[in-house]
Design a protein around this ligand. Structure first.
Ligand code: UFG
Length: 339
């Protein structure tokens, strides 16, 4: 049964009730924190499989449930009746997705479709979806705008693209109002919430582990790319700026894709250098073979987000991003629950 709802769903400066999946993960926890700071009511739906209970803001209500269980999300949606959904919960390791593709499709698409079904069933229209620049694959144009062809090179990116497609069809057929936020490289932290993955594969936390004395050196995966210093270039965006983009997307009557990056790329070596400067530690590095599937360069053209969402990254400097991550890692050297 579909219940009638007002259109558009959200207005700027109005308090909203949000159902947020994946609030115990890295970007989900920070987005939850900012939504709560703004006074919105947030219900977190999360299975706690890869996130951390300690990362769920205590100002929210946590429903422990799995999107692969259609009844769990349907019941929660009906009970909460949110104004909008923010959807983070997913597997997000490119390497793992190459090893176990089906796992990514079952969770990221299957789980997503259950969420969508629960929205349609309850009449909830607006959804902000955590997508990725990995949906583009290896683009021919740089910087990357939203209209580039999407040709993912791994099951993770494919699963995110397939869910974008599912959302587009529901938009066309049943008035779902989806926003796809395609993140570039999320990094940084707030005072409370930061990055704690197991295993950790991301560059900045791995470099900071060397500064903390937990690992002897940082492997540099390839120094023979066609870039000025031979190492891969990425667009690092502060997690707080990413989180802010979700709130803007909720407040505005918008749909469709937005690339979220700063528009400036840094090489692996430049990131390590910034980490040395911020931490005051040597941080030895070791040249290592290329990591399969790494595109040489991924940099966002984020003018659409700036223009349409009025998004203005405030912590865009690489050293600011690294300094915030460093503060969090120093306060939580072993991650959550072990500080
Ligand atoms: N790198 C190293 N050493 C490390 C870790 C990473 O040299 O110990 C390099 C990688 O090879 C890459 C760069 O640092 O060139 C950044 O790697 P990350 O793993 O931090 O990030 P990715 O760019 O691989 O991945 C990010 C997101 C993914 C998303 C992908 C899109 O984390 O979710 O961008 O390509 F799919």
């Amino acid at each position: 049964m579909s219940l009638p709802r007002q259109w558009p769903i959200c207005y700027k400066n109005e308090l909203m009730k949000i159902l947020l999946t994946g609030g115990s993960g890295y970007i989900g926890s920070v987005t939850t924190e900012l939504l709560c700071d703004d006074g919105h009511e947030v219900v977190v739906f999360d299975n706690l499989e890869r996130g951390h209970r300690e990362a769920v803001d205590p100002r929210t209500r946590l429903v422990v449930g799995d999107l692969r269980d259609p009844h769990a999300i349907r019941d929660t949606m009906q009970e909460v009746m949110p104004d909008a959904v923010v959807h983070f919960a997913a597997y997000a390791l490119v390497g793992e997705s190459m090893q176990e593709p089906a796992k990514y499709f079952v969770n990221n698409i299957g789980g997503g479709v259950h969420l969508l079904d629960a929205m349609v069933n309850t009449g909830v229209k607006k959804i902000i979806f955590s997508s990725t620049c990995a949906t583009y694959g290896e683009p021919e144009e740089m910087p990357m705008h939203e209209d580039l062809p999407q040709r993912p090179t791994n099951p993770y990116g494919e699963s995110k693209l397939m869910f974008e497609t599912a959302l587009r069809w529901e938009q066309q057929r049943r008035g779902i109002q989806p926003v796809f936020l395609r993140y570039f490289n999320a990094a940084g932290a707030t005072e409370k919430y930061g990055e704690d993955h197991e295993p950790e594969t991301h560059l900045i936390p791995n470099v900071l582990k060397v500064a903390l004395g937990q690992t002897p050196f940082v492997p540099v995966f390839g120094d023979d790319y066609d870039t000025p210093d031979g190492t891969c270039i990425r667009d690092y965006i502060h997690v707080v700026d990413l989180a802010r983009a979700h709130i803007l997307a909720l407040e505005k009557d918008v749909t469709g894709p937005f690339n979220l990056g700063t528009g400036t790329g840094f090489s692996v070596q430049e990131v390590i250098e910034a980490c040395r400067k911020v931490t005051g530690h040597d941080i030895p590095m070791k040249m290592s073979p290329r990591r399969p599937g790494d595109p040489p360069r991924l940099v966002a053209a984020a003018d659409k987000a700036r223009r349409v969402l009025e998004w203005n990254p405030r912590r865009a400097q690489l050293e600011t991003i690294v300094a915030d991550a460093w503060a969090w890692h120093q306060a939580h050297p072993q991650g959550y629950g072990r500080a």
